[in-house]
Design a binder for this molecule. Structure first.
Ligand SMILES: Cc1ncc(COP(=O)(O)O)c(C=O)c1O
Length: 495
């Protein structure tokens, strides 16, 4: 049963639409509708309700139905009834405040699992250190200075202000050689992969899955350890990935054969930690030139180096053979969703076609803010400050392990926001489990290993990938203490 009633403004002072629907009879439906109108504030405290007879006539229900509904709401305290004053909305029947409305809505959504006590997963920077004031200043300036045309549909290449700022910044900080016309703005590394290799666009009309075409084709060589999320994204686009073994100089690029492209993390192998050795850098460029292939350079945390000389981008060796990809996910926040692709000239048009006619991903206002953030020097200042903070955390991690678990080797700590702790063979799973029990979230090395990597090519190593950037400053000491408590004991500690 659905019946509705719209009262006239004079009668109760506000336009009100009552819908009689839902379970139960008319009386229950009317009681519910009136209660909801009061609760939501549509009927304000003090409002006089229509007499039984007129509301009954408007709704096409019996007079007693209205009388009973009013009586029930009086009993509940939503309405008051006084001789001669009619029935009114109770003065203390406060409408829901917005926060309560939100709470009520979220009550219907499944409760969120409580997070871990100590988040030592790699991946995110210290969220409490987001430079709110400086970003706000940049945002304000960007908004004030933006020309009117900036508020029209966005250019898929990205704002030229940002591409100019990046050209200068990446040359200075990362040794990238480019010009604004070869930079395409995107929403991060994952988005760049989707544009380059295509993506699963869901179910097509026939019910079968459809994949948009990208710019590059597989097979794609990848490092034997890497981010599973990226491998899955490529697999969903139908791209076969082939694992390259890793050693202390990084990826064994001498093993590249017929692949059309290779994806590398040359500044800081993800997740094992070392830079790609100088001979390997030269060798991979030679391979790409000889085969007409392309190198994808994932520069995910290139700014965070501590003890070693900066490692410039491989892109600087041959801008026509390398697609250099970066984002602010590690340097600022993964929530900003801004990244860039520095492209060889021959790919620019195809990438722009893949992106579509208009910018659909990266907000122009965020782009202009980031441009200002870089040009004003705020980005350099933030990176410098965070480098100091992360270096000090890295030092505290290394010191804690030296003191409490000297048998555990720490690697990959000259740069980046995570370390790899080498564990005795066969102890990785139980250590991750013990960590979980103690409220620590972290990952074992196994989850990063390419499923097709063979034991002969790249022996399995037990280890933990420990992110040291995420916990807030005040909780970091406790996180380290708990971590040291779950590590497997050394031989001398067992005796
Ligand atoms: C290996 C690697 N590449 C790239 C990124 C950046 O990803 P995105 O720009 O999509 O946030 C990350 C995560 O921050 C990463 O771990």
């Amino acid at each position: 049963m659905v019946k509705s009633w719209v009262n006239s403004a004079e009668r109760i002072g506000a336009d009100l639409h009552l819908e009689l629907s839902g379970p139960g009879g008319r009386r229950a439906a009317l009681t519910r509708a009136l209660r909801e109108a009061v609760r939501s504030g549509r009927l304000a405290p003090g409002t006089r309700l229509p007499p039984y007879r007129s509301l009954a006539a408007d709704l096409g229900v019996a007079r007693n139905t209205v009388a009973d509904a009013y009586a029930e709401l009086v009993a509940e305290g939503w309405l008051t009834a006084r001789q001669g004053a009619g029935t009114r909305v109770a003065e203390r029947a406060e409408p829901l405040r917005p926060a309560e409305r939100v709470a009520r809505r979220t009550r219907r959504t499944p409760p969120r699992a409580r997070g871990p006590r100590h988040d030592l997963r790699q991946g995110t920077p210290d969220a409490s250190a987001f430079p709110r004031a400086a970003w706000l200043a940049s945002y304000r300036r960007a908004l004030q200075q933006a020309p009117n045309e900036a508020f029209g549909p966005g250019d898929p290449a990205g704002r030229v202000e940002l591409r100019e700022a990046l050209t200068e910044y990446l040359a200075r900080a990362r040794g990238v050689r480019t010009e604004p016309g070869r930079i395409v703005i995107c929403s991060g590394f994952a988005h760049a992969l989707r544009l380059l290799f295509g993506q699963d666009t869901g179910k097509g009309g026939s019910g079968s899955r459809s994949v948009s075409r990208g710019v590059l084709r597989g097979p794609l060589a990848v490092e034997g350890y890497g981010l599973g999320f990226h491998r899955e994204l490529l697999a969903a686009a139908g791209v076969r990935t082939v694992p390259l073994p890793l050693d202390e100089d990084g990826a064994r690029v001498d093993r590249l054969v017929r692949e059309r492209a290779v994806l590398l993390t040359p500044a800081h192998q993800f997740p094992t930690g070392g830079p790609l050795g100088p001979e390997r850098r030269a060798a991979v460029i030679d391979w790409a030139r000889a085969r007409g292939s392309v190198i994808l350079e994932d520069d995910y945390d290139g700014e965070f180096r501590y003890d070693r000389k900066p490692v410039g981008a491989v892109q600087g060796l041959d801008p026509e053979r390398v697609i250099f990809i970066g984002s602010v996910s590690k340097s600022l926040s993964p929530a900003v969703r801004l990244g860039w692709m520095v492209l060889p000239e021959r790919y620019v048009d195809d990438v722009l076609v893949a992106k579509g006619e208009r910018e659909a991903w990266a907000s122009v206002l965020d782009q202009l803010s980031l441009a200002d953030f870089i040009v004003s020097g705020a980005y350099d200042r933030h990176v410098r400050r965070m480098r100091q903070r992360y270096r000090s955390r890295r030092d505290r991690l290394v010191a804690a392990l030296a003191e409490h678990a000297p048998h555990i080797e720490v690697t990959g700590v000259a740069a980046g926001l995570h370390a790899v702790l080498r564990l005795p063979a066969g102890t990785e799973r139980s250590t991750v489990k013990a960590a979980t029990w103690q409220g620590i979230a972290l990952d074992g090395l196994a989850g990063f290993r390419h499923p097709e990597a063979t034991e002969t090519d790249m022996p399995v190593r037990d280890g933990l990938v420990v992110g040291f950037a995420t916990p807030p400053e005040h909780a970091f000491g406790a996180a380290l203490e708990t971590l040291c408590g779950v590590l497997p004991p050394g031989a001398e500690q067992v005796l």
